[in-house]
Design a binder for this molecule. Sequence first.
Ligand code: ADP
Length: 371
Amino acid sequence: MPPINEEQIMKALGEVNEPTGGKSVIELGMVSGIVIKDGNVGFSLEVEPSRAEQMESVRRTCEKVVRALPGVLSATAVLTAEHEAPASKSSRPVSREQSTAPAAPDVPDVGAIVAIASGKGGVGKSTIAANLALAFAINGHRIGVMDADIYGPSMPRMLGISGKPRTGENKKLLPLENYGVKCMSMGFLVEEDSPMIWRGPMVQGALEQMLRDVQWGQLDILVVDMPPGTGDAQLTMAQRVPLAGAVIVSTPQDIALLDARKGLAMFQRVDVPVLGFIENMSYFVCPHCEERSEIFSHGGARKWAAKLNVEFLGEVPLDIEIRETSDQGKPIVMSNPDSAHAKTFSDIAARLADKVLKENKTRLPPKIVTL
Ligand code: ADP
């Protein structure tokens, strides 16, 4: 069978009408960003922000029509709204207040939103996010985790949560909970084997929905596990979520640090305070002979933090127990709370809480655009 192409998808979508005017979604120019990968199709449907709810059935019909085409294995459509272009291409510093419209997300009960970010994937960002979230909770704070790493959502696994979120009052999704931490992740909403083909605008839409359409309740801190990298999607995300600050996770290697420095520049560009660097996989202590090895040459993040005038929050060693416990859904802070590693996370969490909860009292909420 020949592979599916964009033309066939457009033709099929040409049969789906927008309910009010009787014109098709293609005629109205609503379809954009068609991505085809090995028979998996993704696209976005641009809608008026006020009509997003009404358009949900159109979105589902579009997915159904495309899924029915020969050669299509899966179809994912996401509703998005076009706002003014994100300021990502400009080299000029842009403040969030200048570049966004005066709508705030509906998260009035959240004390501070903290992003855990990294310049590239695989540095242990999600592991650190999960352990910090649990450490905040153990330290007595009300905590939520928003898994915005929608390219590879790993929070459900790390926090040992499975299932589908239920809908509560006002049609809002109820986060799932474990260890006293509330969690929402795209991992709950899409099938595990469905493709994660998201374009920038889709990513933003999904993120804003997780902020606005989830009943988080009263939280002291919402930890956001950001998608790795410093591209347009991450930049816009940093701009559109009212972040109290960001933590950048890095491994000690120079190359990773180069990425970490890009991460720092990205947050600075959109006026998000960088709360500090964490060096992960910083060193290795042999469990048998206790000899310490600096596998990736230790200390790079501390050195760069000093150079860049960023706080160095701490170093987490490369340790099999850290990997096994988080991969098994019982992060070390929870499964071995008396360990030295748990203490490291707890200390970092205490410093961060101190910073964001204090600073946040004097910080005005930034204005952001919602879908
Ligand atoms: P990221 O979110 O940056 O992509 P993850 O948190 O998913 O990275 O970590 C990637 C892998 O590395 C996971 O299997 C995780 O268990 C492991 N890992 C992360 N940090 C450590 C550490 N300090 N020691 C041992 N393994 C770790």
